[in-house]
Design a protein around this ligand. Sequence first.
Ligand code: ADA
Length: 592
Amino acid sequence: MSCFLCSYTVAMRRTFDEHEVRPAWSLDGRWQFVTQGDKPPMRKDGLPRSYARSIQVPSCWELLPGLESYRGVAWFRTVLERLPGRPTRLVFGGVSHTADVYVDGRRLGHHYDAFTPFEVVVPAEGDPADDRPIESELVLRVDNTFGPHSGLHLENDYYTWGGITRPAEAQALPDDGLFIQRIFATPTLAPGGRWNLDLRVRLGNLGTGVVRRTVRVAVAGCSMTLGPIAVPPAGDKTVEGRITGIAADPWSASSPSLYFLTAQLIDPDTDEITDDLIDRVGFRQVRVRGKRVLLNGRAVRFRGFNRHESHGNFGCALPLEAQAQDLEILRDLGCNFVRTAHYPNDQRFLDLCDEMGFYVWEESHARQVKSDHPAYPEQITRSTQEMLDWHHNHPAIVMWGYLNECESRTPEGRDEHARLYRLIKQCDPSRPVTFACHYNKLSIAYRFCDIVSWNRYDAWYSGWTQKIEPAIKDMIKWLDTPASKGGAGKPVIMSEFGGAGLYGCRARTRAKWTEEYQSDILDESLRVYLHHPRIVGAAIWQFTDCRVTENHWSTRARTHNNKGTLDEFRRPKLAYDTVKARMEEAAKKWNR
Ligand code: ADA
């Protein structure tokens, strides 16, 4: 039996350690694995008796020979070591797309949606005085099927992979059950170039008694003590505070200064540090002022791409190095902006955007979803809340998006936009909110965004490149009239535009589907969109080709959306240099 405490590997769900006091260790590695298709013998508790295969966690099961298009159920199994007498908190960065979590045959957790993290707590067992770890069986039942149970993962223009697709970790919580669950830190500009930092610290109490603690928060050479607070059993409590007058370098894409924020739980009677949580903050403030977006009081413009988490070698489970490569390529292309179409991203990608300096439009999981799907209302609400709950502190996230190309022409569609817009603003009033709309003048939901965002394919689905400029001039003119029902005077982002170019398809005819024509579309689109004074952002559709689901998108050549400026293996197409030239030209003109 390994003495895991001396050999455990630090958790890898972030690009930094979130704990110094709380033991945390990675669950990544080889797990046992079996699919429903393998027809494993089952135990009475409904779990497999034996596992025919093994698999790497994190990864997509589509990488296993023979499972390239497996849509179904599979089970993953590993040994979970636990500290005696202490609850064990399991944190999964992402499981695609539905997980049921069993420990020693007991179902302790369920989660839907591949793109948001979730946590499961295993109750304490054994005597805290015992130093030998308890070994338990940890099994995940994973399902990536479509149907009435899945309102967000659908047959769609991106693929729903299967597996434990993002890093997972285990943590030992204090034996009294009180722990720091989340920290929310919101910076605001203060006089004299200083900063205020609004803090919300949510404590969870898994114990059976009321526990009193103080919370000490330290950041950028400042600190404050919150409490003491008494947290009721089996409950949680949020404490708030504000650190004022912080002298800190501002965060921006050109100067991404970051500061660790440490929160510690202190026993007021013994002064012992019983738990901790470390996160990172960047001191920046985003505001919409009239037709502009201001970052730290200065107008900012966004230029970049829509990026799916989709890779020819890794599926949606891109390792950290591949995620970093994507951002290096975006940097080389002269970009400062990435839209996480159409769902919350791996938190390590967001960490890299914080560190390398990219502005991020992160959006909750929705692409042309239907609000009348039986599972939709609960799933869209929970998925949006989870995005806001887990990703709040990333300075790179400068706006929240929601409901990509969902119904906004009808009163019902408008009301659903109103509901989610208000939910997001209520959870996080510190960021602008937008939704990518392709209904143009037919949409009646422009009241429910702070930035108007349009998806337009003038030179692909209809018309030619010559149509791009007159079409957007007409739209912007219309937007600033009462006919737009709430869009007048708001900043505009071109959230999607482009066309397909099959990698390697070259022709002097510059016909549709050639790399040449794709380059022509992007050249004209960027010439117009990057320089129009009323447009504050432009995101090309899309960064790389991405796999799509077979049944629904037979019109997609090779079951891929081929509108990438690079293919799914990150091989540049002809448009790469065209885009690079246009982005660098805009960066020089706007000086940022
Ligand atoms: C829409 C949608 C994208 C993609 C794009 C396309 O704008 O938001 O996900 O499907 O169309 O390629 O047509």
